[in-house]
Design a protein around this ligand. Sequence first.
Ligand code: WT7
Length: 630
Amino acid sequence: MSESFDVKLEAKTYKPDSSYMENSNIGDWETAYNRYLKDPDGFWDGIAKELSWFKPWDAVKEWKHPYAKWFVNAKTNITFNCLDRHVNSELRNKVALIWRGEEEEQERIFTYRQLHREVQRCANALKNLGIKKGDTVCIYMPLIPEHIVAMLACARIGAVHSIVYGGFGAAALHTRIRDASAKVVITADVGYRRGKHVPLKSIVGEAVVNAPSVEKIVVVRRTRPQVELVSEMEIDYYELLNEAGKECEPEVMDAEDPLFILYTSGTTGQPKGIVHTTGGYMVGTYYTTKYIFDLKENDVHWCTADPGWITGHSYIVYGPLAAGATILITETVPDYPDPSVWWKIIEEFGVTIFYTAPTAIRMFMKFGEEWPNKANLDSLRIIGSVGEPLNPEAFEWYHRVIGKSVCPILDTWWQTETGMHMITTLVGEPMKPGFAGKAIPGVQVDVVDKEGNPTPPNVGGLLVIKEPWPSMMRTVHKNDERYRQYWSTIEPFYTAGDLAVKDKDGYIMVLGRSDDIIIVAGHNIGTAEVESALVSHEAVAESAVIGKPDAMKGQAIKAFVILRLGYEQSEKLKNELIYHVRMSIGPIAMPSEIEFVSSLPKTRSGKIMRRVLKAQEMGIDPGDISTLEE
Ligand code: WT7
């Protein structure tokens, strides 16, 4: 599907009250965008100067396609901007972080000053374990304040964090620990989910077998009586912090020193370790929080993602803290003990900015309006969406039921690789359901055919980014060639891997992936990753995985499986295979359907043609099948 194709586009336009635009930090799109276009480097120079640097830059950027340096030779530390800058100002006693546990009375609050102290302790604790600038620390934690502290502590001392979402299983964690050569893993004994324990520490125990880089496992012990620390490698988080010194000066980081690695699913079985650096990432996430999400002094910012995803990195932690927000995190799931829990949290804490995913919105639609209607949501000012297309029905519901037909919706398109928002509709601009919007000021995108020529309005094509931006990834860990591919598929542009279409007003609708990645409930799953988990089961000879439209999750995973000789097809075996994927990758990658087959459609060169399976499944034309083997 890399040729251009026609798309029928029509959308009702929603216009927010003019007070939104009048009071917004960025103003109208056209003026702001033209200001950027007239002087791109000057635009970013101005934003960067709002932050603190130990040494200023010699140049805003240095671009040698496809390699970028931003804020050349500048020195800073992102935690200085997220913490010290505020502690040194009147924001010292402002609440930085609110945590709400699964039980109603579980609440922890940190002012900027307290968070600053905690981070310094943890940073010193890591130093005491021998962690130095450039070492990698893996964080595999539930959504508790210590998670945020651990991230910032790494950044404080220049250690590179590699966060693995706590819903991943042992095999996925193992691969990521090994690829990043993590020296320390920070975890907790358990996470809580619907009143039950998620045994994080035992999963880590399994994952570090044959991961020789790991020297220590630091454990936040939450349950009482405390679990025993068994192996010599395990250390208690608080014992370590208690022994650590109080003050830890921020490491002087070059703007281009790596800040973190974050794995995202690729089209091969091996996940890609996306590398982000310090200065540009800091500027990009700060800018988008302040000017795209229009953050104001009194906002309470709740991004419902997990820090294990880029959304959490950028919009729970770095962007909002750099901008001096009050952030809310919670270990609750949306429907436990009942589907009113999140709406009550909004009411109780006075959340003003709420950022979630289409899959959650569709789930809330299914539960019914009565749940949000039980709470007073008047504090909400701006609501956002990310992860996959926000379909018009979900837009309408979100706008009416949650936003009370007042709040602008920011449907933000971006990726792990982009680090920050790229496309959305600015606060106060007319919104079109189904369309993410236009490129934000600071970014240039287009929809092109495979030769790189812009497609006319209403003709679909590939989404590309035409110019470098500060928070772009700098490489793929240990696979720079894969990095270069992003910039060489349709040279000289960055190819996002998404299909999209523009309407006559320049609004962009993102249609879905153009490659073998399935987005299930907002999570990127590589077909190859699921396939390799399946074939690692003794009964499976070969498998092919496709995404199927699903009313709730956007896409659901269907797996076609060829059994090895001697294995019988059965429902029991299907369930066993699903369980096997669950244990190796995690619940998010579980196929919802398995079909046993005796052969798979392949190209003559032996590549599985998933699009043929998909077309068959959906009863549509498979397109060009000239390369199909007989
Ligand atoms: C892919 C990136 C960015 C954080 C979450 C996902 C899809 C993301 C949207 C949106 C349509 C979207 C794209 C993209 N996507 N946001 N607003 N509308 N599609 O990050 O895991 O790196 O996935 O998510 O397909 O390429 P990610």
